[in-house]
Design a protein around this ligand. Structure first.
Ligand code: ADP
Ligand code: MG
Length: 438
């Protein structure tokens, strides 16, 4: 994707007092630059290096400083202002309390804290998770970062639930840098752990969502058991922001599956109060309430769609900082098995008594209409060729492909893949995500 540099917009120097931040928003079509001239500053917990110019596009974020700094900003911002009131001290204190739990875990070689961050949409959950992960990393910890937010796809692709070990600094410009860690290493052990759900909202297929979350939790736990470094650092879990009755059910499900012992409720009194009530008899679970930052911005539907698109684009093509060249290839219909999750076709009234139309919510059906595949994103499943149909959904994801063309006559599909050569596995799962290359 080409991004224009804005000419003619002069560089400005902005001085930040201790414990304040510079908040900004920049459009997807423009690029802005920020450079720290003096002092120290961080973006969502990751420190900016002095004198280095960072570029941003399609971002809403804040440069925060604990001790004061002076920065240079260049380019056209949609929004830019300085704020002296931030919840950063309370976020740091929460991190320090969690860090205390890690020390206790280390002393007895136990499992470190399992922290779940919940709250409505757009209250800063993902930002807080990044801050806590960065602070942990800066103190020598290696926590596992789990994202249960299928709309955002912060670690790999929208539609997936994922886990990755925080073993390096979160990139200032690219966040988790899905391009660098995912696409380039399809099938390798450094690919983040992912299970494919395939829809944006967990409420579209609750049963399947729970199934992939359970699978992810099981694998995360066994990874923790095998990795002494991560084990005592524990898990930080980001969630999707559903707080309706289905959301409550899913929060409790996640708490059970990941054996969560710290629940951080962000920006919602009622949710905090409800959680305190639900878990009042379980004194091994602490519920913590934090305020949302005044800087958090609501992202409209359009912004979220653009964010998803740029995530998909990034998966295949990388970013301007780390470009990738995906491979386009022809695949015979016979060499690939495309599955999707069955939907209730018949209304309950048309079914035999006792059978519910929801029964196939977690059953896969083979996709024979190849036209349906056109422009779809598909997850390559880590399943043997002979794998039983019903086990497929429990398979983790090896990588993702995109179907750019379908030729029914020749019985071939054109597939975009991050790796060359044959597809590593033949079973692929199709979700609801479509994409058009731009
Ligand atoms: P949630 O995960 O709860 O939906 P996010 O953490 O993604 O919320 O925050 C919503 C948006 O606000 C994101 O684009 C994020 O980068 C931005 N944001 C968060 N904190 C700040 C802040 N202090 N200043 C400016 N923007 C922020
Ligand atoms: Mg989020």
């Amino acid at each position: 994707m080409m991004q224009e540099k804005d000419e003619g917009s002069d560089a400005r120097v902005i001085d930040l007092e201790p414990d304040s931040e510079f908040r900004f928003e920049v459009d997807f079509k423009t690029q802005i630059q920020i450079k720290i001239l003096k002092g120290t500053a961080e973006i969502f917990g990751t420190e900016l290096a002095e004198g280095v110019e960072y570029s941003f596009s399609g971002r809403k974020a804040a440069v925060y400083t604990w001790h004061g700094c002076s920065l240079e900003a260049r380019g056209t911002f949609l929004v830019e202002y300085t704020a002296n009131e931030t919840p950063m001290t309370s976020y740091l204190n929460t991190h320090l309390a969690i860090q205390q739990l890690r020390s206790t875990a280390k002393a007895s070689n136990e499992l470190g804290p399992r922290v779940l961050v919940i709250g409505p949409h757009d209250v800063g959950k993902t930002s807080l998770c990044k801050i806590m992960a960065s602070y942990a990393f800066r103190q020598g910890e290696k926590p596992l970062y789990v994202s249960l937010d299928t709309a955002e796809g912060s670690i790999t692709m929208p539609g997936a639930v994922t886990a990755t070990a925080i073993s390096h600094l979160i990139d200032i410009e690219e966040g988790f840098g899905s391009s660098a860690t995912t696409a380039a290493s399809m099938g390798s052990t450094t690919m983040p752990l992912a299970y494919y759900y395939g829809y944006e909202s967990p409420s579209e297929n609750v049963k399947m969502y729970k199934l992939v979350v359970s699978r992810l939790a099981r694998t995360v736990k066994s990874r923790l058991a095998a990795d002494p470094e991560s084990r005592t650092s524990g898990i930080i879990i980001d969630t999707s922001g559903l707080i309706d009755p289905i959301g409550y059910e899913l929060i409790q499900h996640a708490i059970d599956e990941f054996s969560v012992n710290v629940v951080v409720v962000l920006g919602h009194e009622r949710l905090y109060s409800d959680m305190t009530k639900i878990y009042k008899d379980q004194n091994n679970i602490s519920i913590v309430k934090l305020n949302k930052s005044g800087g958090v911005v609501e992202r409209d539907k359009q912004f979220k769609i653009q964010l998803q698109r740029s995530k998909i684009q990034e998966y295949f093509y990388g970013t301007s900082k780390c470009e990738l060249s995906p491979y386009s290839m022809l695949v015979n219909f016979n060499d690939i098995n495309v599955w999707r999750v069955g939907e209730a076709i018949a209304p309950s009234s048309a079914l035999p008594i006792g059978m519910e139309s929801k029964d196939n919510e977690t059953e896969v059906v083979k996709v024979d209409s190849y036209d349906m595949c056109l422009h779809s994103i598909m997850a390559i499943l880590n399943a043997d060729d002979s794998e039983h149909d019903n086990k497929l959904l429990e398979s983790s994801v090896v990588g993702f492909i995109y179907i750019s063309d379908v030729n029914e006559d020749k019985k071939k599909m054109t597939v975009l893949s991050p790796s060359p050569g044959r597809l590593p596995r033949r079973h692929v799962l199709m979700g609801a995500f479509k994409w058009m290359e731009t």
